[in-house]
Design a protein around this ligand. Structure first.
Ligand SMILES: [Zn+2]
Length: 92
């Protein structure tokens, strides 16, 4: 959902995401317990990851608040990421 991703990136760009804690990283370096705050347009939303489930105080499924926190904590799947730019001088 590109619109959600664009909103998530905007939250990050504008410094609206505050990670309170991100604990319990396993071998994949992804934290198992996350608490974060995302400053929305009308109110600040609470985003949590507990027991493998993401939740947000806005109650919407697949909201941009969760997406933003997933991006910072490494939970966004690689497939959803934009392809990395290839350096022009990668090959001499
Ligand atoms: Zn939300």
């Amino acid at each position: 959902m590109p619109d959600t991703r664009a909103k998530a990136l905007a939250y990050l760009r504008d410094g609206k995401v505050l990670i309170s804690y991100a604990l319990g990283a396993g071998d994949d370096r992804k934290p198992r317990d996350v608490l974060a705050y995302v400053e929305g347009y009308r109110s600040t939303h609470l985003v949590r990851l507990t027991a493998g489930r993401w939740g947000c105080s806005c109650q919407e499924t697949g909201c941009a608040h969760v997406a933003a926190v997933q991006l910072v904590t490494g939970h966004q799947s690689a497939a959803a990421r934009q392809p990395a730019a290839v350096p022009a001088e990668a090959v001499r």
